[in-house]
Design a binder for this molecule. Structure first.
Ligand code: FAD
Length: 407
């Protein structure tokens, strides 16, 4: 069986590793940049790359991981000794290169190749067209199965707030944020208090005159004292911001940390995939395309530990390929609606797992196809962290069940 994989970020590398280990030797990864690692490659550039393609990485200077490295490991491949748990993006990238070397992944990756079109064929195979970005030569490949591993943090999602046009020139989305320098001495409003919003407010606040963070109910990290909290924005008027509590502010800059959207421009309509309200329809267990079950999406889920997720979702899909005839499209659709009904969440949160469902989602994947489970210690540490998020902490995983916090 020939498997085509799109993207050589963390998900694509996991896909390749497991596929090769399960003797799918004819695997090819297409990667549009010249290197592996996706998100973890920092660049000063914010517009287009040397091939004229939009830069996909949203990495910024000074980023420290928001999960400890113990939760950012691939299965059976720990980080080399680092005396901290929360590490810099360069260290994650180095780890990914040593992973790729260790499993001899590079020979299977075609760099500088952008996947332009994926289309199902009548014989249950897939046509994948890619362009060599140097030579501009387009090549069609035929695959038995496809894994889409293009990441979810590249296409910005902006809120819909009255008067946004009037502040366009002083606003950016966090996708384009690289370093705090431009905010020296400025009054900056960060909108959104997820991982990026809280972290960027912290970085910018160190040199800004004043930094504010606006959000609804939840905040990801506790922020330093110099970050002033504000409620949701009601309206923008030129340089003035009105909030829902009727307070207002004058600001010099606005950074939208309002998340990203799923986007698959290369999928032909007959792949049967649509994205509505940020729900990718329809994926069995958030992985398998129910219209064409030889296509998988790896890493769609959010509020999870991404690296362990990639491992198990890939193993699930590879097992599913062996079992696919046992489930009908209706079976899979019923499973999806049951999941959505149980979760009782709006459409844009369907792919959210979160701490309360972390263990059950992973166990469900394992139990459904009788594949190896994710080590319980991963869920335990994740649960602990969600309650005690503090980048100074250090952890050590002792065995499959236990971890300790080091002093
Ligand atoms: P990506 O890393 O985006 O890789 C996708 C790859 O696909 C890219 O190399 C891209 O060039 C390629 N590609 C896209 N389209 C095409 C195409 N058409 N043809 C060919 N190639 C294509 N996770 C953590 O676990 N801990 C953290 O602390 C953490 N911090 C984060 C901080 C930021 C700012 C961001 C944005 C994300 C963070 N994440 C973190 C989540 C992170 O995105 C995941 O951990 C993981 O790296 C995502 O990997 P991926 O392979 O799914 O996507």
């Amino acid at each position: 069986m020939k498997i085509g994989i799109v993207g050589a970020g963390a998900a694509g590398l996991a896909a390749l590793r497991h596929a090769l280990q399960q003797n799918y030797s004819e695997c090819v990864v297409f990667e549009q940049t010249d290197t592996i690692g996706g998100t973890w490659n920092y660049t000063d550039l914010t517009g287009i790359d040397k091939y004229g393609l939009p830069i996909r990485s949203s990495m910024y200077q000074g980023l420290i991981t928001n999960l400890p490295k113990e939760l950012m490991e691939y299965e059976d491949f720990p980080y080399e000794e680092i005396d901290r748990s929360f590490i810099g993006f360069e260290e994650v990238l180095k780890y990914m290169h040593s992973f790729a070397n260790n499993f001899n992944l590079y020979p299977h990756i075609r760099f500088g190749r952008q996947v332009m079109q994926i289309k199902p064929l009548s014989n249950d195979k897939w046509s994948l067209k890619e362009v060599n970005l140097e030579t501009k030569i387009i090549t069609e490949h035929i695959f038995d199965a496809i894994m889409i591993c293009i990441g979810n943090y590249s296409v910005p999602k902006l809120p819909d707030i009255t008067g946004m046009d009037s502040v366009r020139e002083i606003s950016i989305h966090s996708h384009y944020y690289r370093k705090p320098d431009a905010y020296k001495g400025k009054r900056v409003l960060v909108i959104g208090a997820g991982p990026s919003g809280t972290d960027i407010a912290k970085h910018v606040g160190k040199i800004a005159e004043k930094v504010y963070i606006s959000y609804g109910n939840n905040i990801f990290f506790r922020t330093p004292e110099y970050v002033t909290h504000k409620p949701l924005v009601k309206e923008f008027q030129k340089n003035k911001v009105l909030f829902v509590d009727d307070s207002d502010l004058e600001v010099d800059n606005i950074i939208y940390c309002t998340g990203y959207q799923y986007c698959y421009p290369f999928l032909s309509d007959d792949c049967g995939i649509t994205v509505e309200n940020n729900w990718v329809k329809y994926l069995y267990k958030h992985v398998v395309n129910i219209e064409h079950p030889t296509m998988a999406f790896i890493g769609i889920t959010f509020k999870v530990c991404p690296f362990p997720t990639f491992d198990i979702q890939v193993r699930f899909f590879l097992e599913f390929l062996k079992n696919s005839n046992k489930l009908t499209k209706d079976d899979m659709l019923m499973d999806i609606f049951k999941d959505v009904q149980t979760k009782k969440v709006p459409e844009h949160l369907v792919h959210k797992i979160g701490v309360s469902l972390h263990e059950s989602y992973f166990s469900d994947l394992a139990d459904t196809l009788k594949i190896r489970k994710v080590r319980p210690v991963i869920h335990k540490l994740y649960e602990y962290l969600c309650e005690n998020r503090n980048l100074e902490k250090r952890f050590k995983i002792l065995n499959d069940e236990e971890f300790v916090e080091l002093s």
